[in-house]
Design a protein around this ligand. Sequence first.
Ligand SMILES: *Cc1c(COP(=O)(O)O)cnc(C)c1O
Length: 477
Amino acid sequence: MPLDSRQHATLERAAELALSFLGSLDDAPVCATASLAELRQRFSRPLPDGGVDPVTVIDELARDAAGGLLGNAGGRFYGWVIGAGLPAALAADWLTATWDQNAGLYACGPAAAVVEEVCGTWLKDVLGLPPSATFALVTGCQMAHVTCLAAARHAVLARAGWDVNRDGLAGAPSVRILTSSEVHGTTTRAAKLLGIGTANMFVLPSDSASQLTPDILRDALGRESGRPTIVVLQAGDVNCGAFDPFPELIALAHEANAWVHIDGAMGLWCNAVPELRRLLAGAEHADSWATDGHKWLNVPYDCGYAFVAHAEHHRAAMEHRASYLSHAADARDQLDWTPDHSRRARGFATYAALRELGRTGLCDLVARCCRHARDIVTRIGDLPDARAVCLPVINQGLVRFYDARPGATEEDHDKRTDKVMAGINATGEAFFTGTTWKGKRCMRVSVSSWRTTADDVDRAVAAAEQVLSVAANVGHE
Ligand SMILES: *Cc1c(COP(=O)(O)O)cnc(C)c1O
């Protein structure tokens, strides 16, 4: 076959396989059905000496992956915080791979650079961030934290008279991070990557509503008051979706000359819904913000967004110049704002997602996920021996299952919770993951998919009901 027609046949086959996969999602088990051993056995063939026909490669790839794929591209997946892919976003992602632009510089991909400029403007608008903030499209919220906290590190050290770009961290004033017990592990990883160190991260206790209180932050800021300080606040934590009280906390931090970073992986999207906007009141006064595109916006992986209120520190932390590169005079070279050098043109999928939804569609998506999350938590929590531990404020909540035997301990309830959850997942009807919250095992409920419907919610509740009734009949061995 000539080269062109082989490529044609390969892409056509991939499109067929993609459509068949998407079409199967409503009926297929949402959990993986192939074991680790099976998957290894299927994939670990010897690397061939001679090449394999590309259609065969793609056919066999899809065949071997079957059963090893989770169903998060559909509507019945409630594990971790994982979105699906909107039709236009997925299709734009296909084109992104096809166009294969290196979106590091305007010169390497003019359309990619301009689309990212527009994405930045649109995102700040829908997320309620200052129009003057600078931004970066990165691989996820993890790298958004790294980008923002690199800018923060540059700023707080510059205020202390230290040039971290030139002099590094050896001998620098020690930077500390103040945050709450709801902090996400990706902030901790960013602290490690940036040489801040986990010993300099002070995890302050949050209250019963999972919020950091002004008294606690004031106290912490007052200790070592001259020290370069970054305060990391939460807009939607992973367990209960709690938001810190931004107006009071940001004012306190700024009085103490600290930089405020907000982890809004999920929570920033609530700005799209008028009734939820109060949760974000004051968040616009922070110094940097991180969020995800691949979760609630339903852009395929990898996609996250970093925003910084102080262009000079963002740019100083990331800027890259080299004589062999072609830097644009009036366009935006993405690599001046991102931790990557060569990079995927991930703006196309974001642009497509935002256009497909529009303001109304985005509002509807966010509101709908919150409603479904509340329904799942409330309805499963109302089943016998179950309890809603955390009713969703947004799209995250917690349920715990109780061992009904007399004298059962918290540890028995922990085991029971993990067992019921595994039972629900084994039905293939819905998929949940667990957490330990305030010392207790819980089943997390996270709804982030544009595809989740009221029928999917019914199926999740029915699966839980079935597992609980079977367990009740056979006792608790
Ligand atoms: C998922 C998540 C992150 C990390 O985002 P990635 O896109 O996985 O890097 C950070 N914070 C919160 C609250 C999250 O839910």
